[in-house]
Design a protein around this ligand. Structure first.
Ligand code: ZN
Length: 226
């Protein structure tokens, strides 16, 4: 059932349905608050917010503030719902992401990656397969496109307590890591789309009125199936 999942958003209606819903519900992303109140579920920045499109800064302190941010990011990711979330997506310029995904055997893969390094196998060169290769992103809510990713990855990172670790993954978990790691370099999956998929995504982003700073949506508050 990989086809039904995407790195950030697990459920996504057909695009036509989404666009009707968006118009009907009038739930356009709101202005991002410059000072975010401390709360469990954080606003998610939408394509165009500058922190999403630049290389983020390394985390320097493994302190209580980092622990609180990680807790809020997990809460926000689950509420979205999604299987990964990077700090810039909640407006924080920091090289940090969280992930949480249950595989087909019900085994939970969950973690925090602070100041990560990612090593990947060569990209497969076969044609992309819609559905099997589809990704979505909570910062580009409601859309999914086939995205080329390496089949295997090695993640080296620190957890929120400063403990260093190394893990290996293949398949969907490797895809999640690649998607989230990209965020820390200011790369969204839309930037990687090929040919007609990239053209279609750029057209839809323009049609949504995204691409300007200050847009966000909040899981549980805004009625968006990301
Ligand atoms: Zn994303």
């Amino acid at each position: 059932m990989l086809a039904m999942r995407s790195p950030d958003g697990e459920r996504s209606p057909p695009i036509a349905l989404r666009k009707r819903r968006r118009i009907a519900d009038g739930c356009a992303p709101r202005r991002l608050q410059t000072t975010m109140a401390r709360m469990s579920i954080l606003p998610i920045a939408v394509w165009g917010e500058s922190v999403l499109h630049r290389v983020n800064r390394p985390v320097e302190a493994f302190d209580d503030a980092l622990g609180a941010l990680v807790a809020d990011m997990f809460e926000t990711m689950r509420a979205a719902p999604g299987v990964g979330l990077a700090a810039p997506q909640v407006g924080v310029d920091a090289r940090l992401f969280v992930y949480g995904w249950d595989d087909d055997n019900g085994v939970e893969h969950k973690g925090v990656a602070v100041n990560p390094e990612l090593f990947v196998s060569p990209y497969p060169l076969e044609p992309l397969t819609p559905q099997d290769d589809d990704e979505g992103c909570l910062s580009v809510p409601g859309y999914r496109y086939p995205t080329r990713r390496a089949a295997r990855a090695i993640l080296r990172a620190y957890d929120e307590h400063g403990e260093y670790y190394e893990k290996e993954a293949e398949g969907w978990l490797a895809r999640i890591w690649q998607h989230e790691y990209d965020h820390l370099d200011g790369i969204l999956y839309v930037n990687r789309l090929e040919g007609k998929y990239g053209a279609s995504a750029r057209r839809q982003i323009r049609a949504e009125g995204w691409g300007v700073p200050g847009l966000s949506w909040t899981p549980g508050v805004d009625d968006i199936d990301a």
